[in-house]
Write a protein that binds this ligand. Structure first.
Ligand SMILES: *Cc1c(COP(=O)(O)O)cnc(C)c1O
Ligand SMILES: [Zn+2]
Length: 555
């Protein structure tokens, strides 16, 4: 056989059986699959170009004997998208999002479910138990339905009702437990023991770790397509790796698997280094982050998680923490935590700037990214991949707050003409005159970002000019309520535009926000004078702060 199972504690290797969960020599449950890397290092790069871009393109490196084409739902092969607006805003141009929302049930648990259910089907299992914070149960349920496996899904009563309904829709039995997720796991384990049913072992499930590692393989392949490698000192071409892999964690299975994926690629000589791994938890349930910051090798559990983000509510990570800590230390990575509010804000930013609607758990990774960049841990030039682990669910209404709709009442009263009635009704939607803003900047990305911030969170009429001369003409013609001005532009720069504005009575009092990529000297600031109401350093502001400035300046 092309792979064996090696015990992480005693090193014993044994053949693989999906239902045997312990090392035959020392009884440890912490084991991992090992493959014939030397052979696959030669054969895989030749085979890949002819295979579809899904999880099974790496089948030789998965612990399934015969991939079962009747089970697949098209898992894996999710897009890696460049986050241009967000990258601009954060000052990190090489920012990428691995869009795991695009799995069959909308989260990266689809990989885990696809491989694990395939293995269990191979082993003849027809009934099983899993404890879940929501997404595992949804993904397992979808694949279990195809495999003819009955799933008992144990969830906490805090899992959003839509998620529970989706589990039930796939034909699984939902068992709602009032208690913490760690207590749910205990109840599920006892149920499985009493009935002698197979029970999912979380991060100790070999197939789950193996499934997650395909994210690393895909990232390396996709990043290479974005940033092609031209030379490699005559050696066979290697794949790219990011400097950072960032993910929100609950039990930590994802990064453990993804680390293994990168490590295997390195073993096969397909990449030359493993990225730094940054993991992010919610403040209200951050046993790993807190334990790491205290320098502990074993995690202190959180007994009562205090976060709305139920997906991430693993209070007792057990040994996963110890393993993850080693990986994070080895890769010079980071442990970070964020508040629910920071995550919700990041969720809005991601949707408004990049068109990606993620679930709050996924947004935790982005909020963590913002923090790590601001703290200087992640550098502006670094290539970063953030795992957008799951899609938002319609039920999570508290994220949006109130006032996000504008209501129109269809006119029923008689007016002179029907159009007139409709027109006055539509006036409630938005006023006739919007504040007028001129953006003068020579880079298209910067103009797009500023336009996007303005249009996503308020009503503005926006004018754009691509250089100083054009900008000046535009301002003199339109007399906007506010000017957003770049300084470094060819020919007529921002300083010259300011001088011309000041020299003209009509434009001398229009407030100006200078958005600049460079740190200004005291001389330069003096030269800009008092008309500058605000200075925004590009790559160092968030959309909300920017918008607050704009709103404060427009009367
Ligand atoms: C499961 C899950 C996580 C956490 O995954 P782990 O790597 O197992 O800690 C994060 N986000 C979403 C959307 C999830 O479903
Ligand atoms: Zn052992």
């Amino acid at each position: 056989m092309a792979f064996t199972i090696k015990c992480l504690d005693c090193g014993h290797t044994a053949p693989y059986f999906p239902t045997s969960t312990n090392c035959p020599r020392c009884n440890s449950q912490w084991r991992e699959a090992e493959y014939d890397y030397e052979t696959f290092a030669k054969t895989l790069p030749l085979q890949l170009p002819n295979r579809p871009f899904d999880l099974w393109r790496y089948r030789e490196l998965l612990p399934i004997r015969n991939p079962n084409p009747t089970l697949t739902l098209g898992e894996g092969g999710t897009p890696l998208v460049q986050a241009v607006n967000l990258g601009m805003m954060l000052g990190t141009p090489n920012l990428f999002i691995k869009d795991e929302r695009q799995g069959p049930t909308g989260s990266f648990k689809d990989r885990q479910a696809a491989v694990t259910i395939a293995a269990l089907k191979e082993a003849g299992i027809t009934e099983m138990v899993a404890a879940s914070t929501g997404n595992v149960a949804i993904a397992y349920s979808a694949y279990a339905s195809r495999a003819g496996i009955k799933l008992w899904a144990f969830v906490t009563s805090l899992v959003p009702a839509v998620k529970m309904r989706e589990i039930a829709l796939y034909g699984s039995q939902v068992v709602k437990v009032t208690g913490s997720y760690d207590q749910v796991k205990q109840v599920a384990a006892e149920f499985a023991r009493q009935r002698s049913l197979y029970q999912d072992m979380g991060a100790r499930t070999i197939t789950s770790i193996e499934a997650m590692k395909t994210i690393a393989y895909e990232i390396a392949e996709q990043l290479t397509a974005f940033q092609p490698i031209t030379t490699n000192n005559g050696k066979p071409s290697v794949w790219r790796t990011p400097d950072w892999y960032v993910q929100a964690i609950s039990g930590g299975m994802g990064p453990l698997g993804i680390y293994k994926g990168f490590r295997e690629l390195k073993q096969m000589g397909l990449i030359d280094r493993i990225p730094s791994i940054a993991v992010v938890q919610a403040d209200g349930c951050a046993p790993m982050v807190n334990s790491f910051k205290q320098g502990l090798e074993t995690a202190i559990p959180v007994t009562t998680p205090k976060t709305h983000i139920e997906t991430l509510a693993t209070g007792d990570p057990g040994r996963s923490y110890t393993l993850l800590r080693e990986r994070v230390l080895e890769t010079k990575g980071a442990f970070e935590s964020v508040s629910d509010e920071e995550a919700f804000r990041a969720m809005h930013v991601l949707a408004k700037m990049e068109g990606i609607s993620a679930e709050p758990a996924a947004a935790v990774a982005f909020a963590g990214l913002f923090k790590l960049i601001r703290a200087g841990v992640i550098k502006p030039t670094d290539t970063i991949v953030v795992n957008c682990t799951g899609h938002t669910m319609p039920a999570e209404e508290f994220v949006l707050g109130t006032n996000w709709t504008r209501d129109v009442e269809f006119p029923t009263k008689q007016t002179a003409t029907p159009e007139e009635g409709l027109l006055s009704a539509l006036n409630q939607v938005a006023p006739n005159r919007f504040p007028r803003v001129a953006i003068v900047d020579d880079t298209a990305e910067a103009r797009r970002l500023i336009r996007r911030i303005l249009q996503s969170q308020g009503d503005f009429k926006i004018f754009e000019a691509t250089n100083g001369q054009e900008g000046l003409e535009l301002i003199q013609r339109e007399l906007p309520d506010l000017i957003i001005l770049d300084l470094m532009m060819p020919e007529m720069d921002g300083f010259a535009v300011m001088d011309a504005l000041k020299a003209n009575q009509e434009t001398a009092n229009i407030p100006v926000i200078v958005a600049t990529a460079k740190e200004l000297t005291a001389d330069e600031k003096a030269r800009l004078g008092s008309q500058i109401q605000s200075l925004m350093q590009k790559g160092d502001f968030l959309n909300d702060e920017f918008l607050d400035e704009v709103k404060a300046l427009i009367k």
